[in-house]
Design a protein around this ligand. Structure first.
Ligand code: 4AD
Ligand code: MG
Length: 477
């Protein structure tokens, strides 16, 4: 007999005399009805036990959380809520679960509580749905790039460079932390380190991806990246996954087209292939929404929001236009932002980004041509000498979801920009080489994967869309 999944059995319409299944008990009612889940679908299969045919001691071990093995007949269900059920013929407990100490009870738990039990939280409907969607989205991402002629490039995790030039790096060292070797000035002597120089966990695979774009043409990375920023927000993690395509001979307009097409593709993919999980999360959000005062309720359901993004053109607005809009806006009753933008050149805060997306344009927005001094050194300087060909994509409920740019391909300009912020040429000699040997226009962007999963699932805290969140407070698991 071949082992089946719950998902497979629930889609059957015929009686099957012998089926075999393994899973975890969600509930056991009236000594008769086992709701069994194996992770293959949100739904449980009902296994009906004739208690007179089984040992009482065995039935006592059928508790929430226990792993069991069932053999029986798949029949049409007499009860409400399911088409089919299993009439149990053989029953085995594979792994007991003490009901007094098992943390995941068949009731509603808060997300905060479940975060403390991250190793068990995927046994709940919400988290199993979120993580199945995370898996589907990552598959869709690879599928998109594969269908569009991109090569998947594995960027290094340990690196000597700071791609963003923001100094938010986790050091990787083999030196004795308590007693590191020092030079004559008392500074830590990294030349004695295993790698002979300072190394860190990557903040972005972009610079390495650029080297591959300048030989293979179209590439992308999809891997973990790390930021040692001490930001305790619902949108930041110390370890997050990033998707970074990089394309030779593509300018900023091409980069915007690519990002929009790509984001729409992956969202459409889950709308078609993961309907059941999306509908469940949609209903969860609508139930939450009903508890809120009218004014705070969301104007769109989750599925409406996803459809809206795939059906509408992303609005493209320059930084300068955005600043003008923000200066003339009255965002709330106080008619003021917390952080007032009075000068051209100030960076936008998330309140401004969300205002533009949610209140002003009411659709995803691509902001471009930012002031050079608030963006990374590698971005292509415009002819005005003060803006760079940067782009950020802003999404409703999220704010910045993508950051990207056309890259500075001119050796002399790049060297000047590096010098201005004291990046030594020796540190990025290989990056400068790309500008010496066959340089060309090229562009790319980075999509924060967890922010995409947040948008796609309607979850409001980034800690709830990654299996084991790494934040300044939490690295226990
Ligand atoms: O805007 P960022 O810093 O851009 C880069 O790293 C570029 N090198 C990307 C490129 O052009 N190849 O980060 C890109 C995206 C952000 O828009 C955001 O979605 C996400 O990565 N991100 C984070 N997500 C979670 N936690 C953090 N601490 C994040 N920092 C950035
Ligand atoms: Mg950014």
């Amino acid at each position: 007999m071949q082992l089946r999944t719950v998902s497979e059995l629930l889609s059957q319409e015929i009686v099957i005399p012998d089926v075999e299944i393994k899973g975890w008990v969600r509930t056991f009612r009236a000594n008769r009805f086992i709701a069994l889940n194996d992770g293959s679908t949100l739904n449980n299969i009902q296994c009906v036990v004739d208690f007179e045919q089984f040992d009482e001691a065995l039935l006592k071990r059928i508790t929430t959380g226990a792993a069991i093995h069932v053999k029986g007949e798949l029949v049409e269900s007499q009860g409400k809520g399911q088409q089919v059920e299993i009439q149990v013929k053989e029953l085995d407990v594979l792994g007991d679960s003490n009901p007094d100490t098992y943390p995941i009870q068949p009731k509603k738990h808060s997300f905060e509580f479940l975060r403390e039990h991250a190793h068990l939280r995927t046994r709940t409907n919400t988290f199993s749905a979120v993580m199945r969607l995370r898996s589907a989205l990552s598959f869709a991402i690879h599928k998109y790039f594969n269908e569009n002629g991109f090569y998947y490039m594995h960027a290094p995790i340990i690196t000597g460079s700071d791609a963003e030039g923001a100094g938010e790096m986790f050091k990787v060292t083999t030196l004795d932390a308590e007693n590191p070797p020092k030079d004559e000035n008392g500074n830590v002597d990294y030349s004695k380190d295993f790698f002979g120089k300072e190394t860190n966990l990557t903040v972005s695979g972009q610079l390495e991806a650029e080297t591959y774009a300048m030989s293979l043409g179209k590439v992308y990375t999809f891997g973990p990246t790390f930021r040692a920023e001490n930001s305790n927000t619902s949108r930041h993690l110390a370890e997050f996954w990033m998707i970074e395509p990089e394309v030779a001979f593509m300018d900023l307009a091409g980069n915007m087209d690519l990002a929009e097409d790509f984001m729409k593709y992956v969202i459409k993919y889950i709308l078609v292939n993961n309907r059941e999980d999306l509908e469940f999360l949609d209903k969860r959000l609508q139930d939450e929404d009903k508890k809120k005062p009218q004014a705070e309720r969301s104007p769109m359901s989750l599925i409406e929001k996803l459809n809206f993004v795939t059906d509408n053109h992303f609005k493209r607005v320059s930084y300068t236009e955005a600043i003008d809009i923000l200066r003339n806006s009255k965002p709330n009753k106080k008619k003021k932002f917390k952080y007032i933008i009075d000068e051209w050149g100030t960076d936008l805060q998330s309140e401004h980004e969300r205002y533009l997306v949610e209140k002003h344009f009411k659709c995803p927005v691509i902001l471009f041509d930012y002031p050079a001094n608030i963006k990374a050194f590698y971005m292509r300087l415009n002819d005005d000498g003060k803006t760079v060909r940067a782009m950020d994509i802003l999404f409703p409920g999220i704010g910045e979801i993508v950051g990207g740019a056309q890259r500075e391909e001119r050796l002399d300009v790049l060297k000047e920009k590096m010098a201005a912020i004291n990046i030594p040429e020796e540190e990025l000699w290989w990056y400068l080489d790309l500008r010496k040997f066959g340089t060309a226009v090229h562009s790319g962007f980075g999509l924060g994967f967890e922010r995409l999963v947040m948008f796609a699932t309607g979850m409001s805290n980034i800690r709830d869309v990654i299996p084991f969140p790494r934040t300044p407070q939490n690295a226990e698991f």
